[in-house]
Write a protein that binds this ligand. Sequence first.
Ligand SMILES: Cc1cc2nc3c(=O)[nH]c(=O)nc-3n(C[C@H](O)[C@H](O)[C@H](O)COP(=O)(O)O)c2cc1C
Length: 203
Amino acid sequence: MKILHVNAGLFGENSVSTQLTAKLVERLKADYPGAEVVRRDVASTPVSHLDAEILMAASTDEASRSARQVEELAMTETLLEEVFAADILVIGAPMYNFTIPSQLKAWFDRVAQAGRTFRYTETGPEGLLTDKKAYLGSARGGFYSEGEMAALDHQESYLKTMLGFVGISDVTIVRAEGVNISDSQREESIQAASKNIDALAIG
Ligand SMILES: Cc1cc2nc3c(=O)[nH]c(=O)nc-3n(C[C@H](O)[C@H](O)[C@H](O)COP(=O)(O)O)c2cc1C
């Protein structure tokens, strides 16, 4: 069992999403003894956002690639290999301005690749990573899980869309929301999410 543990919280262990994914990984390791965990922190070690030079790296002749293209292409391949090797993805995702942090978007921009993680067919795009599961640790300052605010969620909904697009439809979300309302609400939400992790039916 291989777990890819991706975090995007800016505050290391103090980020709520990182705390949730740490607990998720501990829970998975308890249920899958000997599981191997690979970590990818896109906040502390950001993946460059795409630009033309990076985007054209793969289609540029090897001999003509700039040093930066060689380096960035190697990074893209590393990120893809990490995803291919994983049975389970655990992704920590804060909500920033109603969606995911741009660092995490930059990671998706590298791993969502036609012919590698999805393909185009006559009936539309088809995800190729169909043998994987994902667990999301979602942190939000406000409340979006019900009522009118739900329409403003482009964070969890986007993550489900992207993962589904590459073929990962088995997605479990653990959420701590309202964490910026007050200290007591933050604590209550983290505790509730933690209990939800304990109660997950894994496997
Ligand atoms: C740049 C920025 C934008 C944010 N935008 C939102 C937002 O749109 N909605 C919301 O509920 N909380 C928002 N927050 C609050 C975060 O979702 C909240 O602090 C969360 O705990 C951050 O994740 P982390 O604790 O894993 O770092 C924002 C925080 C930052 C720093």
